[in-house]
Design a protein around this ligand. Structure first.
Ligand SMILES: NC(=O)C1=CN([C@@H]2O[C@H](COP(=O)(O)OP(=O)(O)OC[C@H]3O[C@@H](n4cnc5c(N)ncnc54)[C@H](O)[C@@H]3O)[C@@H](O)[C@H]2O)C=CC1
Ligand SMILES: O=C(O)C1=N[C@H](C(=O)O)C[C@H](O)C1
Length: 266
């Protein structure tokens, strides 16, 4: 069966890459895109895509659903739009594959409940790059032995959310094995606010934003006389595409919400 795919955010950095990926995939058909403007146009009429991309643009998900019947919605938009999109897709029986980051823990819980109730599969992947998933898993394992940890995530300066979804997911995974404990000196004091980064159950998370960067993270684990550094770099957005393809295929086989690619890679 050909998987009918819609993409939200097709003009964005990730959206453009995903449009090309789905268009090239023999097992998928790009049936629609969801944008905030140019309703009634096709991708071919937008300046960033080739003339052969005869895919309609919608601004309303319900209209898109009625007109084109997608099985899957790939969301690559913004932290502001993603919760509403994911909820609406689940209600319309469209399976969301979500790369957009910036969910709160409460939103994730609510969406998991909704997916269970509607039995509509959903994958939320804070990072689609296999190397980043391995970096998170290795950090989770290492935290059992070296529980003093600081996460440094580094991204391009157009990123809207901080900390990154990957840093948050890394902290969640590590926290499953590391009893909460405060790090550093008990009397430490910031003379400049924010100097010690964000505090997640005692772990520190630092967000760097600079032009030239794509997506990078290192997890530093310190012990007596030693430091373990686990690092991953995405140098381009092609690094995320095999994860997008895997997620689109896998979401067709599930009836619940899966949070994180580590649950679906072997
Ligand atoms: N899970 C992963 O592996 C990755 C996730 N991301 C995340 O994906 C998201 C998008 O990233 P980029 O492409 O770099 O951002 P971007 O800013 O280049 O693109 C976002 C696009 O979404 C559009 N958009 C915003 N609100 C919309 C709405 N309500 N409806 C339709 N379109 C809307 C914008 O116009 C823009 O074209 C971010 O949350 C980012 O953190 C980025 C890279 C990898
Ligand atoms: O905004 C980005 O670029 C990225 N966002 C995701 C995140 O917040 O972790 C994934 C990747 O790091 C790129």
């Amino acid at each position: 069966m050909t998987i009918r795919v819609a993409i939200a955010g097709p003009r964005g950095k990730m959206g453009q890459e995903a449009v090309h990926t789905v268009m090239k995939n023999q097992e998928m058909e790009l049936v629609a895109v969801l944008d905030y403007k140019d309703i009634g146009a096709t991708l071919a009429e937008l300046d960033v895509f080739p003339d052969s991309y005869d895919v309609p643009v919608f601004t309303d998900m319900e209209e898109m659903h009625t007109a084109t019947g997608p099985h899957v919605l790939v969301d690559l938009t913004s932290p502001e739009a993603v919760y509403k999109h994911t909820k609406q897709a689940l209600q319309l029986n469209i399976r969301p594959v979500v790369g957009t980051t910036g969910f709160s823990d409460d939103e994730l819980k609510e969406l998991a409940g909704l997916a269970e109730e509607t039995k509509v599969g959903c994958i939320i992947a804070p990072n689609f790059a296999v190397g980043a998933v391995l970096m998170m898993k290795f950090a989770e394992q290492a935290a059992k032995y070296l529980p003093d940890i600081e996460i440094i995530e580094m991204h391009h300066d157009q990123k809207l959310d901080a900390p990154s979804g990957t840093a948050m997911k890394t902290a969640h995974l590590i926290a499953g094995h590391r009893p909460t404990h405060e790090q550093g000196h008990v009397h430490e004091k910031e003379t400049l606010e924010g100097a010690r980064g964000a505090n997640y159950e005692g772990m520190r998370i630092h967000s760097v934003r600079l032009p030239g960067l794509v997506a990078h993270q290192q997890v530093l684990l310190g012990g007596e006389g030693q430091l373990l550094t686990i690092r991953h770099d995405s140098f381009n957005r092609g690094s995320f595409m095999s994860g997008v393809v895997l997620s689109v295929k896998t979401v067709m086989e599930t009836e619940r919400l899966i949070y994180g690619l580590e649950h679906i890679i072997d």
